[in-house]
Design a protein around this ligand. Structure first.
Ligand code: NI
Length: 256
């Protein structure tokens, strides 16, 4: 059997209110034996930590302030997060910038992102980056932090091969590939052919971005093999190879 890691899943979301533990078991039955829960903000953090605590060795958690949750109170939110980082956190995130959802707090998003990258570097942790219509702002922030050697993953990567190559200038970065790769006409399905498997980790971003043939339904971590199958097809390799290499990548990046 092939083993996988879902590096980005929100099974603690309210959409799993009735069956979150079942969803974890379905994932494990599908070979997805480890899952990473990125944090959103304090409103869902308790649910995230409680669900993760029920599956030690299988579910790991990040801590961070999602860009769409950044407002004028970002600094106190992040100080609270810093106080929690020594209790088994494996990453800082998700953080980043989202200029698609709203531009109301762009400056605050930028400051909060850089603050979180610096925190990750101090703690020796990888960063989980959410970047939407904000590529230049993200790269500018990474440039300012360059001497600290940040590392991590660009989650839900949908950029071009040129964007991927720019990322490589900043050292040890991976791209998270999810359900979008299975969509018809998705640019990433072509781009993924040129991204080395050694730089790819798998993710669902459950409950969103559901892969074909479940598109339109709630997404869950047990669908990870569908993403691996599509990547294998695009790259002309076997599913086992995709499983083995992406799992090794995720274990190394997140130290799990
Ligand atoms: Ni997410």
């Amino acid at each position: 059997m092939d083993y996988y890691i879902d590096t980005h899943t929100h099974l603690y979301d309210e959409m799993f209110h009735d069956d979150a533990e079942d969803a974890v078991h379905r994932a494990m039955d599908a070979g997805v034996t480890r899952m990473i829960f990125p944090d959103i903000d304090s409103s869902s953090r308790r649910a995230m930590l409680d669900l993760a605590a029920k599956f030690p060795g299988h579910i790991f958690t990040g801590l961070g302030l999602h860009p769409t949750s950044v407002d004028s109170r970002w600094r106190e939110n992040l100080e609270e997060i810093e106080g929690l980082t020594d209790s088994g956190t494996i990453a800082i995130g998700e953080t980043g910038m989202d200029c698609y959802w709203s531009r109301d707090f762009v400056k605050e998003q930028e400051d909060a992102f850089e603050w979180q990258v610096r925190l990750a570097c101090r703690k020796g942790l990888p960063v989980i980056i959410h970047s939407r219509e904000a590529t230049e702002l993200i790269f500018n922030a990474l440039e300012r932090c360059r001497s600290l050697h940040p590392r991590g993953v660009f989650h839900a990567f949908s950029g071009s091969i040129e964007t991927f190559r720019r990322m490589e200038r900043y050292g040890d970065w991976y791209v998270g590939i999810g359900g979008v790769v299975t969509f018809k006409k998705a640019g990433i399905a072509e781009t993924v052919k040129d991204i080395p498997l050694e730089r790819i980790v798998l993710e669902t971003d459950s409950p969103y971005l559901t892969p074909v043939p479940h598109r339109g339904e709630r997404n869950e971590s047990s669908y990870i093999p569908l993403i691996a199958e599509k990547i294998a097809l695009q790259k002309g390799t076997s599913v086992s190879e995709v499983a083995e290499i992406t799992t090794a990548n995720a274990r190394k990046l997140f130290n799990i």
